[in-house]
Design a binder for this molecule. Structure first.
Ligand code: NDP
Length: 449
């Protein structure tokens, strides 16, 4: 529970104002609990109303997205953009296309994004957007018509110096291509820096595709080295999901000497005790958008089990949840602790519920929260924006080197901040406080309130 009366009143206002936004409440409460460590030391935040301003988005845009399906029938989805904070740079954050998308989820993601972007050290504000449209099972033409309608409206609200969206769940290279094409068409301008995650032939950056998964492993490696004098070498790794983040986390964890033995999708999970053959996963998921189940049919000795949560019964040294929010609850976390894991790092956004984080921390497991651990994606988006501004493209090695440098610095920033504010080893507090201080001080300096 919050100690500070001020923070309690901020939280009460958040929950009373939007009583149904549970994911948003969860994200705000976690951050406020960390701010409890600093609020007495920085009375100006209360005097100037910084925290109550910080938890309210600068702007929330909601719009209809009509499109015509392959049968000629009109479908109507809902589109959103939550422009949460532009204190340290233009709004920046992904677009999610998934039937579960609603304002609570986008506000939680936009709020987290402010702190994550701040931690990268790059000048980017926080935002998130998306739609309840489900690209799964749609033809390429249907996805194109949806993206064109979505961007027709969104284009009024974004721009390379205003708001720069990227991909997230359900928004990959195909969707970004359609969205960029429509932006160019309706605005009549080639502003490459308006979206990130673009194709390499039209302003995309090398390593952006791999960045979130690679960055997750770079940070985890630095955490193991600093806090346990250890590494991925010889470790058994379980990774949930089998999308963009999971696939490239598998690739980098394997390159660093780990053995990834399980992956999942929303239907179930595969277990390959010999180590996942990534080229087969890539062929299934990236080659023909298949289901992970197919892996067990193709690889002797591997198994498929229905139900995605069962993956966490598999013993591992390192757990990297890379699917979606609130996947790991307190009970699952206890199983992971009991099975002897040494580290958990969040590749997805908020995959661990608060009780799970509590179980990891009290069980002595290293825990890296999403806003630090998966910041490599947006950091590389920032590098894509830099390259677009320069009209230049760095090599794969150059971007990868910068990404690794950002993740290593980020880790030491949050590790040192946790220590400075009296919570050594607590990377949740370290990430929330380090991310917040930079944004709050920018707000104070600019007189934003
Ligand atoms: P993808 O759409 O590429 O993959 C998502 C994966 O998670 C799929 O395997 C999907 O399975 C699974 N999944 C989705 N919803 C559920 C669910 N309700 N239950 C179980 N599994 C589910 O997305 P990304 O890999 O890009 O994103 C994964 C996570 O990482 C998200 O939390 C996202 O916000 C976060 N993230 C992504 C970044 C990026 O650069 N892509 C950057 C930072 C964070 P299925 O195919 O069955 O739906």
């Amino acid at each position: 529970m919050l100690k500070s009366d001020y923070l309690q009143s901020v939280y009460a206002q958040v929950t009373t104002r939007d009583p149904d936004q549970r994911e948003f409440h969860q994200a705000v409460l976690e951050v406020l609990e960390s701010l409890d460590q600093i609020i007495e030391r920085r009375p100006e935040y209360q005097q100037k109303g910084i925290v109550e301003t910080f938890v309210e988005p600068e702007r929330v845009i909601s719009f209809r997205v009509p499109w015509v399906d392959d049968q000629g029938k009109v479908q109507v989805n809902r589109g959103y953009r939550v422009q949460f904070s532009s204190a340290i740079g233009p709004y920046k954050g992904g677009l999610r296309f998934h039937p579960t998308v609603n304002l609570s989820i986008l506000k939680f993601l936009g709020f987290e994004q402010i702190l994550k972007n701040s931690l990268t050290g790059l000048p980017m504000g926080g935002a998130k957007g998306g739609s309840d449209f489900n690209p799964k099972g749609k033809s390429d033409n249907e996805v194109m018509r949806f993206c064109q309608s979505f961007m027709t409206e969104l284009s009024r609200h974004i721009g390379q110096f205003v708001d720069v969206p990227a991909g997230d769940i359900g928004v990959g290279a195909r969707e970004i291509g359609f969205l960029f094409g429509q932006y160019r068409h309706v605005r009549g301008t080639y502003a490459a820096g308006v979206l990130t995650g673009k194709g390499l032939s039209f302003g995309g950056s090398l390593v952006r595709t791999e960045a979130t998964g690679y960055g997750l492993c770079y940070l985890t490696q630095e955490m193991l080295k600093t806090m346990r004098n250890d590494s991925f070498e010889g470790k058994t790794v379980v990774i949930s999901g089998s999308g963009n983040v999971a696939i490239f986390a598998t690739e980098k964890a394997t390159q660093l000497g780990g053995k990834v033995v399980a992956l999942s999708d929303s239907n179930g999970f595969i277990h390959d005790p010999e180590g996942i053959k990534l080229e087969i996963v890539k062929d299934i998921k990236l080659g023909h958008r298949g289901r992970i189940k197919e892996y067990a049919d193709r690889v002797p000795g591997s198994t498929y089990t229905e139900g995605f949560r069962g993956i966490w019964n598999i013993p591992c040294d390192i757990a990297l949840p890379c699917a979606t929010q609130n996947e790991i609850d307190g009970e699952i976390a206890k199983v992971i602790v009991r099975n002897g894991a040494m580290a958990v790092a969040e590749g997805a956004n908020m995959p661990c519920r608060p009780e799970a984080i509590q179980a990891f921390q009290s069980g002595g497991i290293l825990f890296a929260p999403a806003k630090a651990a998966n910041a490599g994606g947006v950091a590389t988006s920032g590098l894509e924006m830099s390259q677009n501004s320069m009209r230049y493209a760095w090599s794969f090695e150059e971007v990868d080197r910068r990404l690794r440098g950002i993740m290593v610095n980020l880790f030491h920033n949050i590790y040192d901040t946790a220590e400075e504010f009296g919570k050594p080893g607590d990377l949740v507090v370290g990430a929330n406080v380090a991310g917040f201080l930079k944004v709050a001080d920018a707000m104070l300096t600019q007189g934003l309130i």
